[in-house]
Design a protein around this ligand. Structure first.
Ligand code: PRP
Ligand code: ADE
Length: 181
């Protein structure tokens, strides 16, 4: 991304110390959404990248819950469909599921079995990559259905937690806008 976009967005991310647990510096993206000018710069940074015919996905998948806010708007602007990857127990139809570890705790995510088709090239979106566990679980779910993840995208990367390096080492290209060390 253009350095100015990174700099501009960084100024609108709020850091909350010791939330939701002692020692966690929570990077709160809600101020980015609250300001209409900033929200547009944010969404356009993703849309401009994925409207390039060489990088255009077939479908956009978003990770519960903050990945829904970004992913659905990006999908809409690209003229693509959106599929939600949800925390366990929320999706009503037949699902595939995957359990993983978080920076704080563990979780299971689910995807509707008919959400993507074999061979689909999926863009997987979340707000933030910490340990990378959430995005890795999402990638595994999509792959269980025969789709491939063409790229993972997030606003924030926390590189010191090693998640983005692990995801890239697994063969997943990543696009992120702001690093917090
Ligand atoms: C946060 C964040 C990512 C994930 C990143 O979600 O929105 O989805 O953690 O962490 P990881 O890279 O270590 O997996 P959280 O589980 O807090 O849920 P929420 O979106 O419902 O708040
Ligand atoms: N998800 C996991 N770790 C996080 C952090 N430090 N800030 C915001 N969301 C997170």
């Amino acid at each position: 991304p253009h350095l100015n976009v990174t700099h501009y967005l960084r100024q609108h991310i709020r850091t909350v110390p010791n939330w939701p647990a002692p020692g966690v510096q929570f990077r709160d993206i809600t101020p980015l959404l609250q300001n209409p000018k900033v929200f547009r710069v944010l969404i356009d940074a993703f849309v401009q990248r994925y409207m390039d015919p060489a990088l255009r996905p077939d479908v956009v998948a978003g990770l519960d819950a903050r990945g829904f806010i970004l992913g659905s708007v990006v999908a809409y602007e690209l003229g693509l469909g959106f599929v939600p990857i949800r925390k366990k127990g929320k999706l009503p139809f037949t699902t595939v599921e995957e359990t993983y570890e978080l920076e704080y705790g563990s979780a299971t995510v689910e995807l509707h079995a008919d959400a993507v088709q074999p061979g689909d090239r999926v863009l997987l979106i979340d707000d933030l990559i910490a340990t990378g566990g959430t995005m890795m679980a999402g990638k595994k779910l999509l792959e269980k259905l025969g789709a491939s993840v063409m790229e993972g995208a997030a606003i924030v990367d926390l590189p010191e937690l090693g998640g983005s390096a692990r995801l890239r080492a697994s063969g997943l290209p990543l696009f992120t806008l702001v690093d917090f060390g």
